[in-house]
Write a protein that binds this ligand. Structure first.
Ligand SMILES: [Zn+2]
Length: 353
């Protein structure tokens, strides 16, 4: 094992990544040391590196959508061993409270922060993590596909299955449909039996959304999305509206085209103080909501079980990870800049040689 490694690190809130030599971390008794094979790049991290209070200290190596080979384990670790290809759950939680014990660990009241924010992550050659956060990758799933499963696929699994509860025949609007997480929701909603209407402001992204099986696409820059969705559903509205943009505008549009018994699922959040623009606070008419029996769901990431099921869906070939750009480690910042400019369809990833 070398003493030092190459790592992309940031030194202040919202700062750019710098390629630096950093010490190879040593695993504690409950940790595993991983050699990274691929690490996803997504808008979540573009937002999080600008959001105060998430990164616990600097310099910090970010990166939570990881696939790596276990190279060493601590004395108390029995769940993974050297040679295993693993990915990781994004949340550092207590693993013992009622939420952690019932598959709702993202609600843990003893939350200890995010992988890559409260501890160093995968934009480096090596990292350590508690073994309890690691999930073995099944045979037949590549490192590149596995890293994307760790957020961009397992999050839509939770959105579609646990929150939107999509059933065969349901009509589902996916908003921001060409983004890294949502593009997999377009597929996941169909695996659940839904028919998808993809909504996005980029024509290029909508082409990919159509190719992935959406029966209709809507560009709000070209036509009124509420009118379009109502027309596409014969005036009934959608059974689920899963919003990966979650602005005031998209959320209120969601309520306006939600059918009887429909579910509005809120996934994204952009803090206005970091991104400018309007507050995403939106108005709900309680009479509309109760008379139509509608539900509004806040959806946070996923459980470990949902991450494992997402890997299984990739293994079965029923979800195809959409990675349209790959970068070398030293190009991480370039990838973040492209994401910020909305230039990437689906997911991007750093791939280690
Ligand atoms: Zn807990």
């Amino acid at each position: 094992m070398p003493d030092t490694m190459r790592a992309m690190r940031i030194h202040e809130l919202g700062g750019s990544f710098r390629l630096e030599a950093a010490p190879v971390p040593r695993p504690g008794p409950n940790d595993a040391l991983l050699r990274l094979r691929a690490t996803g790049l997504g808008l979540t991290l573009v937002i999080m590196r600008k959001t105060p209070g998430l990164i616990s200290r600097y310099p910090r190596t970010m990166g939570h959508e990881i696939a790596g080979e276990v190279v060493e384990v601590g004395a108390a670790v029995g769940t993974v061993q050297p040679g295993d290809l693993v990915t990781a759950h994004f949340y550092l939680t207590c693993h013992n409270c009622n939420f952690c014990r019932s598959g709702r660990e993202t609600l843990c009241p003893d939350f200890r922060g995010y992988v890559g924010l409260a501890c160093d992550g995968g934009y480096a050659e090596y990292m350590t993590l508690p073994a309890v956060n690691l999930c073995k990758v099944p045979e037949g799933v590549s490192a590149l596909d596995a890293c994307v499963a760790a957020d961009a696929i397992c999050t839509p699994y939770h959105n579609c299955v646990a929150e939107a509860q999509i059933k065969p025949g349901d009509l589902v609007a996916v908003v921001g449909a060409g983004g890294g997480v949502a593009i997999h929701a377009v597929q996941m909603a169909q695996v659940c039996g839904g028919r998808v209407i993809g909504v996005d402001v980029s024509e290029k992204k909508l082409e990919t959304v159509s190719r992935l099986g959406a029966f209709a696409v809507v560009n709000p820059r070209k036509s009124d999305p509420v009118e379009e969705i109502l027309s596409l559903t014969q005036g009934k509205g959608v059974d689920a509206y899963i919003d990966y943009v979650a602005s005031k505008q998209t959320l209120e549009a969601g309520l306006a085209c939600l059918g009887r018994g429909g579910k509005l699922v809120i996934v994204g959040y952009r803090p206005p103080m970091a991104f400018g623009g309007l507050s995403p606070d939106f108005t709900v008419n309680p009479l509309e909501l109760l008379s139509k029996g509608q539900e509004i769901h806040g959806s946070r990431y996923c459980s470990m079980q949902e991450l494992r099921q997402s890997l299984e869906l990739i293994r079965q070939g029923r979800i195809k990870p959409v990675v349209t750009e790959t970068f070398k480690l030293e190009e991480t910042e370039k990838g973040f800049q492209m994401l910020e400019k909305n230039e990437i369809t689906g997911r991007a990833a750093v791939v280690f040689g």
